[in-house]
Design a binder for this molecule. Structure first.
Ligand SMILES: C[S@@+](CC[C@H](N)C(=O)[O-])C[C@H]1O[C@@H](n2cnc3c(N)ncnc32)[C@H](O)[C@@H]1O
Length: 326
């Protein structure tokens, strides 16, 4: 079924992409659905310090990301799962109002992870051009994977670009008018001013290196059009076991390249600090959802002293949804 203009969008997705469906970047074998396996996988049963030790060692083994990914050993999220990719796009799209939403807009997903499926979805939801941005070339490039994804969406009644005659990854990107940019902030700097109407990210802002965070926001402000919408899901839990064990380390250790480059980095920016940074960059901020723990999940005396002044209420926030406008 070839797409012409906008789809009927009859498809209803029931994939929950909030708290439990967020897929951390992971570095160990998982089965196809991490939700059903996390409790039983050896990695998930390891204590936080053992995960750090293992990742520090494994990240130093020379490898290509795709080699480890093929072995199921290193994943950036869950975008290779067709229902997850669709649910992520629809969630951010449906709550955002922006120029050209009903056809002919330019959009950008920050931190796409393991697939470029979002570009196919965006095209079917009226995008004229899609930028998919990441800090590395992590997306699956095997076109047959996307053909299978498209088939599953078509079975769910989504009008989507036909990929039957697409022979290469580059042709796929051209077909859905997508630019796949893989050099993080440097790539963001290449996008023209006032050119993007809709930006979204899912479990990404917390992974941006703290030293690049504010400039990333400034760049997002620069490239977006007046009236643009930016929808973000942020996961404040550490990516070691879903607590705040990342707060045990002083910044001089946590932010060192040998630590931050080992596959479990999160920038430890709290929700109020993130809001301050959004506003300082020039965005108007709406907090759509805040998830909280009942108790701070890591003992406060175990945290580095630089976190001692942060009130419990800040540390109790485990996730939030933001809608930014400019
Ligand atoms: C937890 S994964 C989430 C992937 C995807 N959004 C999902 O929901 O499956 C975080 C992603 O953010 C990307 N990332 C980290 N820093 C980034 C940056 N400065 N710019 C763009 N992407 C970045 C990582 O490479 C990774 O793909």
């Amino acid at each position: 079924m070839a797409v012409a203009g906008l789809p009927s969008r009859k498809v209803e997705t029931h994939t929950d992409i909030s708290e439990t469906r967020q897929k951390p970047c992971t570095f160990f074998p998982r089965k196809a659905d991490p939700d059903s396996t996390t409790a039983s996988s050896g990695y998930e049963l390891m204590p936080w310090w053992m995960k750090i030790a293992a990742k520090l060692v494994l990240s130093r083994i020379p490898h290509s990301y795709q080699t480890f990914a093929k072995l199921g050993m290193f994943r950036h999220g869950a975008m290779q799962d067709s229902s997850y990719a669709l649910a992520v796009f629809k969630t951010h799209f449906e709550r955002s109002e922006f120029p050209g939403k009903h056809g002919g807009y330019t959009c950008l997903e920050l931190g796409v992870g393991d697939s470029v499926a979002s570009a196919l979805i965006a095209r079917s939801f009226g995008a004229n051009k899609t930028y998919l941005l990441d800090s590395g070339r992590y997306a699956i490039e095997d076109v047959s994977v996307y053909k299978n994804i498209v088939q599953s969406w078509q079975q769910a009644q989504l009008e989507i670009q036909d990929l039957d005659n697409v022979a290469s990854f580059d042709e796929l990107l051209r077909r859905v008018k997508c630019e796949y940019l893989t050099d993080g902030l440097s790539s963001l700097r290449t996008i023209p001013d006032n050119s993007v109407d809709f930006v979204w990210s899912q479990a990404v802002l917390e992974h941006i290196r703290i030293g690049e965070f504010d400039e990333t926001l400034s760049e997002l402000l620069r490239i977006t059009t007046p009236g643009a919408a930016l929808s973000h899901r942020v996961d404040y839990k550490d990516h070691l076991g879903g607590a705040l064990d990342n707060h045990r380390f002083p910044s001089r250790v946590w932010e060192a390249d040998w630590m931050a480059g080992s596959g479990f980095y999160t920038n430890r920016i709290s929700q109020p600090d993130m809001i301050r940074r959004f506003e300082k960059a020039g965005f108007t901020v709406e907090v759509l959802l805040t998830n909280t723990w009942d108790v701070v999940p890591t003992p406060r005396p175990k945290m580095a002293s630089e976190f001692s002044q942060i009130p419990d209420e800040e540390l109790l926030v485990s996730g939030s949804d933001f809608l930014l406008s400019r």
